[in-house]
Write a new protein. Structure first.
Length: 199
């Protein structure tokens, strides 16, 4: 008796194997992967501890317990929307609202010139740097944003580049000069980006 498998069954199997391979690579590369199940019974994995999580270290499983230090109280859950496959979030730059594309591949936050003007960010003493964009190399000023926040996740003196990333100047790029201060998890089911400060 032979079993018939559909293309979707094969694809699901490939995705499962890929996910398992990534988990195993993470375990060997980082030596720690934390596993926990939420209240709805959904299994999660992360590279940093969450209260009540199990830590996997080279085959030894131990329980992480600390009642006095609750990591959940330091976390910020940021809702995101999807547009053309990109995650968009709202942030404040010196108190001015801006929509940003989340880009962990970008070294710096990039803000449009219109926002720099609204947020009183001067370019008079800014260092000019060259950036590779989809349309070629551009020269743009690098500045310090005095205060940047997304809900309760906030930073002071964030390095940023002033350059348009869309024709209307409505979008910025949320790069690692902000995100690098946090551990980041993405909950695609709830469309949430979870940020926790690095210790």
């Amino acid at each position: 008796m032979s079993e018939q498998f559909s293309a979707s069954d094969v694809m699901q199997s490939k995705l499962l194997l890929t996910a398992l391979a990534l988990i195993l690579i993470s375990i060997s590369a980082q030596a720690e992967v934390y596993k926990w199940t939420d209240k709805k019974g959904k299994l999660h994995f992360s590279d940093h501890p969450v209260q009540g999580a199990e830590v996997q270290q080279g085959g030894n499983v131990s329980r992480v317990k600390n009642q006095t230090y609750n990591l959940a109280s330091l976390r910020t859950e940021i809702p995101y929307s999807l547009q053309h496959g990109s995650m968009l979030v709202e942030a404040l730059v010196n108190g001015k609202t801006q929509t940003f594309v989340v880009d962990t591949g970008a070294s710096f936050v990039t803000i449009p010139p219109q926002l720099a003007e609204r947020a009183n960010i001067s370019t008079e003493r800014a260092k000019l740097i060259q950036l590779q964009t989809a349309n070629g190399v551009i020269t743009a000023p690098m500045v310090d944003i005095q205060h940047m926040s997304i809900l309760s996740a906030e930073r002071q003196q964030v390095k940023a580049v002033i350059a348009p990333i869309d024709a209307q100047g409505k979008l910025g790029l949320l790069g690692m000069s902000f995100l690098g201060a946090f551990r980041m998890n993405i909950d695609h089911d709830r469309r949430m980006i979870i940020l926790e400060p690095r210790s």
